[in-house]
Design a protein around this ligand. Structure first.
Ligand SMILES: NC(=O)c1ccc[n+]([C@@H]2O[C@H](COP(=O)([O-])OP(=O)(O)OC[C@H]3O[C@@H](n4cnc5c(N)ncnc54)[C@H](O)[C@@H]3O)[C@@H](O)[C@H]2O)c1
Length: 347
């Protein structure tokens, strides 16, 4: 069955890396129909809205979405609701993308790039709740003439249960271990989180569950990242821990991610994107590493049931790295399009 994929190239290096991902996906799946949409800073420049209705309609009607990256200094001074980041949060909420899956794996060919001694053993999946917690809780406001600021951490049983199930199910396809991360010694929302995860666990007797406080998890990630298989956590802790985990692999430009909602017409639906941002410092120079975007395409194919296509891309990326081809972030001098060329040639 042919696929309709919405493409948000975005800002900064987004268009450069997304172009390579589209080239590779086209080679693997010539039947994919790509439709481009404006979003983030580019959409604000076009119509004053980072998440225009026309973009929402296109995304909602697509089989899935491929996103580059958004944001940059050009849009930093805008009122909060107009920023590219507000567009991103708005999209996650509007499309109900509650499950953020971030694999962090050190490639054998890049083991020396890890800044951490034990980094070569890193192969984990962070399952982060994406539409709740402190990024969405109300009230969020200033009081007392702007001298007091309030954010609110809220979680409901339903929100915790559905993300916990995603984590247990993902663990079944990996090494059958879930570490649920919270701050239950201090936060009431974390106590609820822990209780709900405990009630879900018996449905997955084949998966081992452990609870870990977020501060000690941050330490263990550096000391012994190899012990983690699936990390299940909330929006704020997941944001921070997943960036920490990505650095352990030594290569921000290598890591893909998926933000998933409930299946649509029985099929997975989500936004697939590199974990890196728009990298304004290197935008327009053809030096960005496009592999995270290309691997995001593989993750998308996998979620949509084409594990053969996904496997082909992943195998080829491994082969290209093993052959010594490297962009600047990996210590080489190959450009963005040349890295795309190498992947296409290996395919
Ligand atoms: N989902 C998203 O679109 C997303 C995620 C994170 C940050 N951002 C936005 O991106 C902008 C820049 O943020 P930042 O600088 O903190 O993070 P960043 O990820 O854009 O860049 C951090 C560093 O990593 C480098 N880098 C990132 N991706 C790379 C790649 N593919 N190849 C080679 N080097 C790469 C950059 O050059 C920079 O030195 C901000 O406006 C931020 O809000 C967007």
């Amino acid at each position: 069955m042919s696929l309709k994929i919405a493409v948000i190239a975005g800002d900064g290096i987004g268009p450069e890396v997304t172009a390579e991902a589209v080239r590779v996906l086209t080679a693997v799946r010539p039947d994919i129909e790509f439709e481009h949409a404006l979003f983030g800073g580019a959409a604000y420049d076009d119509c004053g809205d980072p998440y225009p209705q026309a973009t929402h309609d296109l995304l909602a009607s697509a089989d899935s979405v491929l996103l580059g990256a958004i944001g940059g200094p050009k849009w930093e001074g805008l009122e909060r609701s107009k920023t590219p980041e507000a567009g991103l949060l708005g999209m996650r909420g509007a499309l109900n993308l509650y499950a953020n899956l971030r694999p962090a794996k050190t490639y054998a060919a890049l083991a020396d790039a890890s800044p951490v001694k034990a980094g070569a053993d890193c192969d984990m999946l962070i399952v982060r709740e994406l539409t709740g917690g402190i990024y969405f809780g109300k009230p969020r406001e200033r009081r007392e003439n702007g001298t007091v600021a309030i954010d609110t951490m809220v979680y409901s049983v339903m929100e915790v249960e559905r993300i916990a199930r995603r984590a247990f199910e993902a663990a079944r396809t990996r090494r059958s271990s879930v570490v649920s991360v919270d701050k239950a010694n201090v936060l009431e929302s974390s106590r609820l989180w822990r209780e709900v995860v405990e009630t879900v666990a018996p449905d997955y007797p084949d998966v081992e569950l452990r609870h870990q406080l977020v501060d000690s998890c941050a330490m263990l990630l550096i000391k012994d990242p190899g012990q983690f298989d699936v990390i299940l956590t909330g929006n704020l802790f997941g944001d921070i821990l997943s960036d920490e985990a990505s650095m352990i692999t030594g290569s921000l430009g290598m890591l893909p991610s998926a933000s998933l909602g409930d299946p649509k017409n029985g099929q997975a639906f989500g936004v697939f994107e590199p974990i890196h941002g728009s990298a304004p410092d290197i935008a327009g120079q053809n030096v960005a590493n496009p592999l995270a975007a290309i691997l995001s395409g593989a993750m998308m194919l996998n979620a949509l049931g084409d594990s053969d296509g996904a496997g082909r891309i992943e195998t080829v990326v491994d082969a290209v790295l093993n052959s010594g081809v490297r962009t600047a972030d990996l210590g080489g001098s190959v450009g963005t399009t040349e890295m795309g060329d190498s992947v296409l040639a290996a395919l």
